[in-house]
Design a protein around this ligand. Structure first.
Ligand code: NAD
Length: 322
């Protein structure tokens, strides 16, 4: 049984990852401060299943609290670091907050981990680090030096801190670049969740640009499988740091996404046309060959399968009629 600290455990990805680790027999300490980015009630619902397990404990607190973090870690413990201020567009409003949580928070965790002899570290990074100039599909070999949002810059900085801690102290770290993740419990600010809600309510959806922007949407089960495999990869004794893409290697245009959601909801989508947003990249698409090689990663859910599953979850958790 591995003892794992999962930061951001009350969030979308963190709660799924914690459930997966508990199911396979690990012991999980979750750390989350119920950040106000979206309502606490949503995060409490994410935790409902986990709270029933004797192998799960949730500690409410901030990843930047050095004493708290130091008190939670023990030698040999593994860390899955998913807590962050997420969201590209809001990071343009408050870049200093994003830097504080995402860079300082990551540094606090890395430092506490190495002091206490916790060598195994998985970091939740983002496809946004590739910016708008990387060749498609995005390969980890691209230097990713031109992120176009403060959020993306903080994630790239987090990766660099991970690299530094391996060189200095022999930590074993994997940074995973998630490509737009969706599925049950998806953050309410993200497009698929927001569009589903608005289409069901008969309200117009904000439609940025001409609809041709493209995303590589990754189903939550595929991400969770990748995170669990990355955690296992950190168990080897050799110091190492690797950056690995987790996506589906398929792109979907914004227009096609809206069509798929409207079809699954069974209502027509009304569009409110708005200009393309600064900070948003035009296209993301993962080259996942490295994930296949290092992790045996096998993404298995197409967007055509995943959207109806998301809509079903939405209806079950929000009620069919509103
Ligand atoms: N969802 C995606 O599509 C996506 C894509 C790329 C990268 N990521 C990254 O994956 C991770 C998880 O994302 P998510 O979509 O589940 O987001 P989320 O907002 O649902 O989860 C993040 C959790 O971290 C917590 N948190 C925030 N600040 C904290 C702090 N200072 N101390 C302790 N806890 C704090 C929040 O309360 C929240 O529960 C993040 O690091 C995010 O940047 C997500």
């Amino acid at each position: 049984m591995t003892r794992v600290l999962v930061t951001g455990a009350a969030g979308f990805i963190g709660s799924h990852v914690a459930e997966c680790l508990i199911a396979r027999g690990d012991e999980v300490v979750g750390l989350d401060n119920f950040d106000a980015f979206y309502p606490r009630a949503v995060k409490e619902a994410n935790l409902a299943e986990l709270r029933r397990s004797p192998n799960f404990r949730l500690v409410e607190g901030d990843i930047r609290d050095r004493d708290l973090v130091t008190g939670l870690l023990t030698s040999g413990m593994a860390i899955v670091h998913l807590a962050a201020r997420a969201g590209v567009r809001p990071s343009l409003e408050d870049p200093a907050l994003y830097a504080s949580v995402n860079i300082e928070g990551t540094a606090v965790l890395l430092e506490a981990a190495r002091r206490l002899g916790a060598r195994r570290f998985v970091f939740g990074s983002s496809s946004s680090v590739y910016g708008d100039t990387a060749p498609v599909p995005f390969s980890e070999e691209w230097p990713a030096l031109l992120p176009i949002s403060p959020y993306a810059a903080t994630k790239r900085a987090g990766e660099l801190l991970c690299t530094t801690f391996t060189q200095l102290y022999g930590q074993r770290v994997m940074a995973l670049r998630f490509f737009t993740v969706y599925g049950p419990r998806q953050r309410p600010d993200l497009a698929i969740h927001k569009f589903t809600r608005l289409i069901r309510e008969g309200r117009p959806i904000p439609f940025y640009g001409d609809g041709s922007s493209e995303r590589d949407y990754t189903y939550i089960d595929d991400i969770v499988g990748g995170v669990a495999a990355a955690l296992d990869w950190t168990a080897a004794p050799e110091p190492a740091v690797e950056i690995v893409n987790l996506g589906e290697s398929r792109t979907t245009s914004l227009s096609s996404l809206v069509t798929l959601i409207a079809r699954a909801v069974g209502r027509e989508a009304r569009l409110e046309h708005l200009p393309a947003q600064p900070g948003d990249v035009r296209r993301t698409c993962a080259d996942v060959r490295k994930a296949v090689r290092l992790l045996g990663y096998r993404p298995g859910t197409t967007i055509e399968e995943g959207i109806p599953r998301f809509v079903r979850w939405f209806e079950e958790s929000h009620g069919r009629d509103h």
